[in-house]
Design a protein around this ligand. Structure first.
Ligand SMILES: [Zn+2]
Length: 196
């Protein structure tokens, strides 16, 4: 577990997933019929650096090339959780009680990554208040029996995933919640979380 934050291959896998989601968006094109051109957002993920390659310096995004449209299309991401400056994997791990890290390990990581208490508090509130309002969560919640408790998200979700080791379950979870990372993507969430 402790090695997850230094494991370059884990982050490369997340990049590959983002790239394939983005490719689907690009191929589909704009609703107006226009083609999509790359228009990435520069990012500077905070916390871990050593395991990240230069592809973490921007978020994949497109802009319609059609004059008069120019609509922005930002694909869902398993790496960047909306506009949060920390990577999604950090947000998930540091807020997932019980099914992520042990309490001691979590404390150490918070110190190592220098995440302010205020930020952690905001993230917890985001899971409890914002995330549970999303269409993504509503769709997801209905697929788990018995129903998941919401006051210990994302730990309760992580605990329901059965892929085995924590890195695999994290990838699974990041894919499941990816639709919340964008308002313009229509990423299809059709995979059965129990079988992914
Ligand atoms: Zn367009």
């Amino acid at each position: 577990m402790s090695r997850l934050f230094d494991d370059a291959s884990f982050y490369q896998l997340l990049t590959q997933i983002d790239e394939s989601i983005a490719e689907e968006v690009r191929v589909r094109g704009c609703d107006c019929g226009g083609v999509l051109h790359s228009a990435r957002y520069p990012r500077k993920p905070r916390g871990i650096r050593s395991a990240l390659d230069e592809r973490y310096e921007d978020r994949l995004s497109f802009c319609c090339a059609q004059d008069g449209c120019r609509r922005r299309h930002t694909p869902a991401s398993v790496r960047f959780l909306g506009r949060k400056v920390y990577l999604g994997v950090i947000v998930v791990l540091l807020t997932a009680l019980h099914h992520g890290l042990t309490e001691a390990r979590r404390r150490r990581l918070i110190e190592e990554l220098d995440v302010p208490a205020q930020t952690l508090w905001r993230w917890r509130r985001w899971w409890r208040e914002r995330f549970v309002q999303t269409r993504c969560w509503r769709a997801l919640a209905g697929r788990f029996i018995p129903p998941m408790t919401t006051n210990d998200l994302p730990g309760s979700l992580l605990g329901r995933l059965t892929a085995g080791e924590i890195s695999k379950r994290l990838v699974q979870l990041l894919m499941l919640i990816a639709p919340v990372t964008t308002s313009t993507s229509s990423l299809r969430v059709s995979r059965d979380p129990q079988k992914m």
